[in-house]
Design a protein around this ligand. Structure first.
Ligand code: BGC
Length: 250
């Protein structure tokens, strides 16, 4: 049996990355292509880069391969509804229609954390976990995917919970640790406050921690004391690409 393939493209603050995905095994088929995110990351500038990435793979993928694209904002019915850490021109932009028109192919647009969560659900740390799994991506912001018995509840923007008078991601995202040169211990104290708040509100069965910093999970996860088990993501920086491709193929 030949495996099912789709193209996943992950739009991040510093780079836009894409690769074909083997949907059955949940792995990238070959090298990712990465192009720097334009300084002025307006919808049209980003769509042009997404087009270049898709074009790069035209010879390796079937013409009808599904294409999924992530964005770090709320996506409702193909329209981007929030822009905390991206160019404000994205607000209310019909991103899915824009990408589909620019590529001349139908694309699916999804929230970046939702894509990462679905990848962890199908092929990583959230696989076969009953009940509620909360996948958190710690990066420039805090992304959240809520997965209940294998079903994604999309666009949960719990990275923006107000805690002690602050938007949580401004204190506890990985970017806050870098910006304020926090020690692992000081940053972990902020994560402790954040994850405790989340577990008291939602009573999850498992937290999965993704984002680039999850590669160094041993530096901060052992410092947390929670009633909920908390584990690093397994798919690391491929999660967004794999999840976007998987959702596009659904
Ligand atoms: C955005 C979310 C996004 C997260 C991670 C937050 O600031 O509001 O939509 O998933 O950052 O990129």
């Amino acid at each position: 049996m030949t495996s099912r393939v789709a193209l996943g493209i992950d739009i991040g603050g510093s780079g836009i990355k894409g690769a074909p995905v083997d949907l059955d095994r949940g792995v990238l088929l070959g090298e990712r292509v990465k192009i720097a995110t334009p300084t002025e990351s307006t919808p049209h500038a980003v769509a042009e880069i997404v087009r270049q990435i898709a074009e790069h793979f035209t010879d390796t993928l079937p013409d009808d391969a599904p294409i999924g694209v992530t964005i770090p904002g709320v996506v409702q019915h193909g329209v981007v509804r929030s822009a905390a850490n991206i160019d404000k021109a994205w607000l209310d932009c019909p991103g899915e229609a824009l990408f589909s028109a620019t590529l001349g192919r139908r694309c699916l647009l999804v929230n970046d954390a939702d894509a990462a969560g679905v990848a962890e659900l199908r092929h990583g740390a959230a696989k076969d976990v009953a009940g509620l799994v909360i996948v958190t991506t710690l990066g420039t912001g805090i992304g959240i995917a809520l997965l209940h018995n294998g079903v994604l509840i999309p666009n949960a923007e719990l990275g923006h919970l107000e805690i002690d008078g602050h938007d949580a991601e401004t204190r506890a995202a990985a970017s806050a640790r870098e910006r304020e040169s926090l020690s692992w211990g000081k940053w972990a104290a902020r994560l402790q406050r954040y994850y405790t708040h989340l577990e008291n509100l939602l009573w999850p069965d498992l937290f999965v921690v993704g984002g680039g910093v999850s590669r160094k999970a041993e530096k901060f996860l052992p410092l947390l004391s929670l009633r909920t088990p908390i584990v690093p993501a397994e798919l690391q920086n491929a999660a967004g690409i794999i999840g976007a491709a998987a959702l596009a193929a659904d």
